[in-house]
Write a protein that binds this ligand. Structure first.
Ligand SMILES: [Zn+2]
Ligand SMILES: [Zn+2]
Length: 338
C-alpha cells in the first residue's frame, strides 16, 4: 500500500506500507479520499514544526470512507463518508477527564505525532469519525480547520454586540470568520499579505491592511474604539506581541495561531486594560458536530477557499508554492485516488 512520506525537511518519497490489520473492537478501517494541507504541514516540510520527527506521513485534515468496522462500533456503517477528528487523546489525564480532549496532556495528533492520512487506508478509533450523508469530500476535509476556528470562537463566545478583530486571513483566520458568520457577528480582518487581503475583501469581509498603521484604521472602522475581542491567527510572534495594544480596555485576546517560542508583553498595558488572555488548541468532538451541522445547513461555507485538488504525485512540486501566501492559495487539497 502506497504512502507519501516526508522523509526529511523538504523531501517527500513514496513508501510501501503494510496493509492495515482488520479493525480491532472500537476501530474502523477507512479509505482516504481527500487531504487538506495547512500551516502545520508546511512547518513540518520546512523543518520548523516543534516535536516533529522524520520520517512522517503527513495529513490530518481528512475526508474518508468507512470500509470495515470492528466489534462494538455502532456509530458507523461501511460506505459512509466521514470527517476525521485527528486529535488522539488519552482519555485519562485531568484535561480529558474535564472533557477538554483538545488539550490532552498526552496528545497524539495524526500526521504530527503519529502517521497521518497521506496514504490509501488507515485504522482509526470509530469515535474519532464523524459521518455526514450530505457533505462533499472537499467539505469533509475542510471540517477540521473550520473546527479550529469554531473552538477558538467558543473560548470567548462573542455576542452580536461585541466588536471583533481577526488577525490573519489564512485558513485559520477565515475559519474564525466563519464562526463569526454563524454567530451573526461582522468582524474586521487584518492581514499583511496582499493576496489574502484581496481574497478576504472578495469574500465580503471588512479588511484592515496590516502593512500600514493598524490602530488608526481599526479605530476608524469602529467609530473610535478598539475591538473587545481580538483573535490572533498568525502564529507570528511580532503580531502576537503587538496585538496586546489592539484590545479594548476590558477586552479579551485569543491566541489561535501557535508560535513555538517566547511571547512577551508590557504588563502595564495588560494590567491597565485588564485583558483576558486565552490560548486555543485543536478542537473537540462537539466542535466537529457543531461545524458539520452548520456546513450541512449552508449557514457557513468553505467553497471560496478550497483549491483544486492535486494528485499525490504533484504534492512535492506544489509545496513551495503553497508556502507563499502571495500565491493566493488558501486551502490546498490532495485527492487520493481510490
Ligand atoms: Zn490543519
Ligand atoms: Zn488526556
Amino acid at each position: 500500500m502506497k504512502a507519501l512520506c516526508l522523509t526529511q525537511p523538504g523531501q517527500f518519497d513514496f513508501n510501501d506500507l503494510p496493509e492495515p490489520a482488520d479493525p480491532a473492537p472500537g476501530q474502523a478501517l477507512v479509505r482516504i479520499h481527500r487531504i487538506g494541507i495547512c500551516g502545520t504541514d508546511l512547518h513540518a516540510y520546512q523543518g520548523r514544526q516543534t516535536f516533529f520527527t522524520y520520517p512522517r506521513v503527513l495529513g490530518h485534515e481528512l475526508a474518508v470512507e468507512v470500509l470495515k468496522t470492528g466489534a462494538g462500533v455502532s456509530n458507523l456503517t461501511p460506505g459512509q463518508f466521514c470527517s476525521v477528528e485527528p486529535f488522539m487523546n488519552c482519555g485519562g489525564c485531568p484535561a480529558c477527564r474535564l472533557g477538554k480532549t483538545n488539550c490532552c496532556e498526552f496528545m497524539r495528533t495524526l500526521g504530527v505525532h503519529v502517521d497521518g492520512g497521506m496514504t490509501e487506508r488507515i485504522l482509526l478509533p470509530a469515535a474519532k469519525l464523524h459521518p455526514s450523508g450530505s457533505l462533499t469530500l472537499d467539505h469533509l476535509a475542510a471540517v477540521e480547520p473550520l473546527c479550529i476556528g469554531a473552538h477558538a470562537w467558543a473560548r470567548v463566545e462573542p455576542a452580536a454586540s461585541d466588536s471583533v478583530l481577526v488577525i490573519g486571513a489564512g485558513p485559520i483566520g477565515l475559519a474564525v470568520m466563519e464562526a463569526a458568520r454563524a454567530a451573526l457577528v461582522q468582524p474586521l480582518v487584518m492581514e499583511v499579505s496582499r493576496a489574502r487581503l484581496a481574497h478576504a475583501a472578495w469574500m465580503g469581509w471588512k479588511t484592515i491592511d496590516g502593512r500600514a498603521e493598524a490602530e488608526e484604521q481599526i479605530r476608524q472602522a469602529l467609530g473610535g474604539s478598539l475591538p473587545r475581542m481580538v483573535f490572533d491567527c498568525t502564529g507570528n510572534p511580532h503580531s502576537m506581541m503587538a496585538c496586546f495594544r489592539l484590545v479594548a480596555h476590558g477586552g479579551a485576546l485569543v491566541f489561535v495561531g501557535h508560535y513555538p517560542g517566547e511571547i512577551t508583553f508590557q504588563n502595564p498595558n495588560f494590567h491597565a486594560r485588564e485583558i483576558s488572555l486565552y490560548a486555543s488548541r485543536n478542537a473537540t468532538a462537539s466542535d466537529f458536530r457543531r461545524v458539520m451541522g452548520l456546513l450541512e445547513s449552508g449557514r457557513i461555507d468553505v467553497k471560496p477557499w478550497l483549491a483544486r485538488p492535486v494528485t499525490p504525485e504533484e504534492v512535492s512540486g506544489q509545496f513551495s508554492i503553497w508556502l507563499d501566501p502571495e500565491a493566493g492559495i488558501i486551502k490546498p487539497m490532495i485527492a487520493w485516488p481510490a
